[in-house]
Design a binder for this molecule. Structure first.
Ligand code: GDP
Length: 379
């Protein structure tokens, strides 16, 4: 293995050994001055990103480096998978750098959602997790909602500091950066480096782990925005299913809530990834907020075991046979909810169900990698 020089585009060390990681160039180009690696070449000329393998330790290093820079941090979270987009070590690694939280993908939330309520809920969650933040924005990078507001805030508050965009994979970092760049560059006006303008938009993709290495995008001669790698949370449900199953469980447009009037002793399956048993309580509605493409199957509790055994990976899918991980429903949660409540039971990565009013005993089974949390209903 020979490593000389660095890629002029992304700064990765040049190498000619592994095409699947950044810095790859054909051997004969290794010593050429100003050479860019294959990945940067593709981004630049074809607008596509080569998926690379990601090491978790590397992200920790990048986050730790941020603590030593003059920086502000935009922490992107997914409004649909708040738990899944939580980075446990963030505060510890970046120390006292100012954090602006962007809660992305609000376009997929049902239309009757109250934004003020979401904001308060998120504020409360961040306080509970002891993460001090300077601002919280609700946004849809995809629909370009809330982007002006973020850009204005960043412009007015970042001073001369660089901007680092961090977040778990697939929360929409690249999409957000693509939206922010023109707005932030416009502000720096003449100062903006010309190099930027031949940089095409960053490519985005639905599969986790598409953004690799910290990519520097100059905003001016003095400051830059850094697109950091997505943090792969291996214990996250969506990291464990195949790309086509991921497409099914990740909502790409507004969720249409599905309402089931359940008697007790009835069961719902979210594909084969979650089983919800209504063990005890009066007849009431269970409103499911999951991807419109995910099958919600209803059955009697006494038949649920048999149905699961017979139809797992088929009728009860995702997961499918292509998914490599063991996603059996081995983790169990029990919620004993007293009357007069408004409750969401949130299954990380899959969505949530809302019940209101009647007392209920609910049992939820999920794969080891999923978490289930109870919160006050958002809607
Ligand atoms: P990254 O891995 O964090 O850089 O995420 P990407 O920007 O690559 O986005 C991951 C997937 O989420 C892509 O399919 C995007 O189109 C999609 N996405 C990003 N932002 C939004 C958004 O605001 N709303 C919706 N519905 N999808 C989004």
């Amino acid at each position: 293995e020979t490593l000389k020089g660095k890629c002029y585009g992304c700064g990765a060390e040049l190498q000619f050994v592994d095409e699947s990681i950044p810095g790859f160039v054909p051997e004969k180009l290794l010593d050429k001055p100003g050479v860019i690696c294959k990945r940067c070449h593709r981004i630049k000329h074809y607008n596509e990103v080569i998926r690379v393998t990601l090491e978790e330790e590397k992200f920790v290093d990048i986050l730790r480096q941020i603590s030593t820079q003059s920086a502000v941090v935009i922490y992107v979270m997914d409004s649909f998978d708040f738990e899944g987009s939580w980075i446990t070590q963030l505060k510890k690694l970046i120390k006292d750098q100012p954090i602006y939280v962007v809660v992305n993908k609000i376009d997929i939330l049902p239309k009757d959602i109250n934004q003020q309520r979401i904001r308060l809920w998120i504020k409360h969650e961040l306080e509970k997790k002891k993460l001090p933040v300077q601002a919280i924005f609700l946004a849809s990078a995809y629909k370009q909602w809330g982007i002006d507001e973020i850009a204005t805030y960043v412009r007015n508050n970042k001073g001369k500091r660089d901007v680092y965009v961090v977040g778990a994979t697939n929360v929409g970092k690249s999409t957000l950066i693509n939206r922010l760049i023109p707005l932030l560059v416009a502000e720096d006006g003449i100062e903006a480096s010309t190099k930027l303008f031949d940089l095409p938009e960053l490519t985005t993709s639905v599969y986790p782990g598409t953004t690799v290495e910290a990519l520097k995008i100059p905003l001016s001669r003095k400051s830059a925005i850094y697109d950091t790698p997505g943090i792969v949370k291996k214990d996250r449900l969506i990291e464990q299913i195949c790309p086509s199953c991921l497409n099914i469980v990740t909502p790409s447009k507004k969720i249409d809530p599905r309402i089931f009037q359940l008697n007790d002793q009835q069961t719902l399956f979210f594909g084969g990834l979650a089983r919800i048993d209504y063990v005890k309580g009066n007849k009431q509605s269970f409103v499911c907020y999951v991807s419109n493409d995910l099958v919600v199957h209803r059955t009697k509790l006494e038949k649920a075991d048999e149905l699961y055994e017979k139809h797992y990976l088929e009728l009860l899918s995702p997961p499918c046979k292509e998914c490599e991980s063991d996603l059996a429903l081995t983790k169990e949660y029990e919620f004993d909810i007293p009357a007069n409540h408004e409750t969401d039971l949130v299954i990380s990565g899959l969505g949530w169900l809302t019940i209101k009013g009647e007392a209920a005993l609910v049992k939820i089974r999920v794969p080891q990698s999923a978490q289930v949390v109870k919160r006050k209903a958002l809607i």
